[in-house]
Ligand binder design. Structure first.
Ligand code: GTP
Length: 350
């Protein structure tokens, strides 16, 4: 908004200078006072209208909030009218054409730019045709021919430069987009396990550190569960490592579906996972982990035409204020070993 307002202010200063120049020309009898007056009202009025639409935020609802394209069409039209009414001083309007086109660098597509160029040639040809039909000066037709050539030179030069700048701008924009995407990817790689997309061990340790502090401060129960796929080695040995990888991915999806959005699943290492359940009393955690256990038991992973099934053992415990997170995880591990020892495919709480 600040940039658009500043651009609008710059356009207003330029327009005021042009109006002053037209009045100066009229004051010396070169242009008609009344025509200059009407032209000034229309030119400045249009500018004020655009400025108001931008400043009030109304233009934000439109596809191009800067209204660069429409503003440019309007400015070129004012310029062409100035060419007709400026009499012998009409030459001063031509350099302004390039200035108007330069405004196109900010926010116009290359297609819009080409349209403005064609539109400008059309308008100036019409303006010259009008002057040749209803001459207001004694200029020779050849002079108008020279004007038209100058219009073409100005337009092709400034359109080319603006086109190049627009291309550079678009290139920079696409590079920025690529960089943002790469940064997002790097951030994901830094916090997630590549195979399963579950949170990685390092990031989970950080999340646990923060969550432990929060749970103590607000006196809210925090549960930690350690999950280990039963006889996972057999899957690898029977169907291959890739089948094992696919099983790990399917396992993560199943666990994610069984826990709440506020709980966090992390790959703790190999086929061992850790779930952090926040604001959850033991009863709720037990129900949740039992649900996960059942979902994993019912899971069928299809790989190369083979249906792979497996189960999970889970050790669940609650964080006790004052102890270290490592101690809590150690207790969850003990519960897990108990689950394994009792025959696997079960949840043990400690
Ligand atoms: N495919 C695959 N296998 C993995 C990965 N990480 C660890 N493993 C395998 O997981 C298996 C773990 O085996 P064990 O620790 O003996 O345990 P288990 O076979 O699951 O048996 P229990 O835990 O006692 O029920 C090993 O064969 C590892 O090679 C992985 O990223 N992909």
């Amino acid at each position: 908004m600040r940039i658009r307002t500043r651009q609008g202010a710059l356009a207003a200063v330029l327009m005021l200078t042009c109006i002053a120049e037209m009045y100066w020309v009229a004051a010396h009898g070169v242009a008609d006072y009344r025509a200059v007056g009407v032209w000034s009202i229309f030119s400045m009025g249009g500018l004020v209208l655009f400025f108001g639409l931008i400043r009030s935020g109304v233009s934000l609802r439109w596809q191009d909030p800067s209204m660069a394209f429409v503003q440019m069409l309007y400015a070129v039209a004012c310029n062409a009218v100035a060419f007709v009414i400026a009499g012998h001083a009409r030459g001063v309007t031509l350099p302004l054409l390039s200035v108007i086109l330069m405004f196109g660098i900010f926010g116009m597509s290359i297609r819009q730019l080409a349209l403005v160029a064609v539109y400008s040639v059309g308008l100036f040809t019409a303006a010259i045709a009008y002057e040749l039909t209803y001459p207001s000066t004694d200029e020779e037709p050849v002079v108008f021919g020279a004007y038209l050539v100058m219009v073409l030179i100005v337009l092709s030069g400034s359109t080319y430069l603006t086109w190049r700048l627009t291309q550079i701008r678009e290139h920079v924009r696409s590079q920025k987009k690529q960089l943002t995407e790469a940064l997002e990817k790097i951030q994901q790689i830094a916090i997630r396990d590549e195979l399963t997309s579950a949170v990685n061990r390092r990031h989970m340790q950080e999340l646990l550190r923060v969550e432990v502090q929060r749970s103590v401060r607000i006196a809210s129960p925090l549960l930690i569960a350690v999950l280990d796929i039963d006889h996972f080695k057999r899957i690898n040995d029977s169907y291959g490592h890739q089948a094992g990888d696919r099983a790990l991915q399917a396992f993560v999806e199943a666990v994610q579906a069984g826990i709440r959005g506020t709980d966090t699943l992390a790959r703790w290492g190999g086929e061992e996972f850790l779930v952090m359940l926040t604001d959850a009393p033991m009863e709720l955690g037990t129900v949740c982990m039992s649900r996960v256990r059942t979902q994993v038991q019912d899971l069928v992973v299809s790989y190369n035409g083979i249906d792979i099934r497996f189960t999970v053992s889970i050790g669940l415990t609650q964080y006790r204020p004052g102890e270290s997170v490592a101690k809590t995880i150690g207790r969850a591990d003990e519960a897990l070993y108990a689950a394994k020892a009792q025959g696997r495919n079960q949840v043990v709480c400690l």
